[in-house]
Design a protein around this ligand. Structure first.
Ligand SMILES: [Zn+2]
Length: 172
């Protein structure tokens, strides 16, 4: 039997890698596998409200498809619906949603600083206030940018009857 430099056989290493892969797959697997039918699909304003409050746009679950602030899984914990809906470029939309949320915040921070320090406004102070929000904002808005884009996607691409019934995801 061939052995590797650390003494373990290739077979053993192969099994160990297979076990590690299986463990990773189990970790990445959605905790909820059965897709629930959506009987009461929300109105467009309600979709946006859910998206802006980091909820699943489909069912309104608070945790949605997030495992942490930055970590997410493919499907909602509660309803099992996918946030991608067959869109491989979903993150581009989420990126735009993040910019839509961050840019006004940067302007708002600069404006608040100016209002609070008028008439002795420091340009450096404005830059620091706006820059700080510009740096922290994208991280703060990260999960909301995903749920907001999910809501906008459902606003623009209305769910099919099969999708609502939990019989599969939409395709682009
Ligand atoms: Zn859900």
């Amino acid at each position: 039997m061939a052995t590797s430099s650390n003494g373990g056989s290739f077979d053993e290493r192969g099994h160990a890698e297979a076990r590690l892969q299986a463990a990773q797959d189990a970790t990445n697997r959605p905790s909820f596998v059965t897709v629930q039918p959506i009987a009461d699909f929300p109105s467009r304003p309600r979709l946006l409200a859910r998206g802006l409050t980091r909820r699943c746009a489909w069912c309104g679950d608070r945790k949605g498809y997030f495992l942490g602030w930055f970590k997410r899984q493919e499907r909602c914990h509660s309803c099992g619906h996918s946030y991608r809906r067959g869109d491989e470029g979903f993150e581009l939309g989420a990126l735009v949603a993040n910019m839509i949320l961050t840019f006004p915040s940067v302007l708002g921070a600069a404006l608040v600083y100016v209002v609070l320090t008028t008439p002795d406004v420091s340009v450096l102070g404005v830059v620091i206030a706006a820059g700080a929000v510009g740096l922290i904002g994208p991280a703060i808005f990260y999960p909301v940018s995903f749920t907001l884009w999910q809501a906008i996607d459902l606003w623009m691409r209305r769910p099919t009857p099969a999708e609502l019934a939990g019989d599969g995801d939409a395709t682009l």
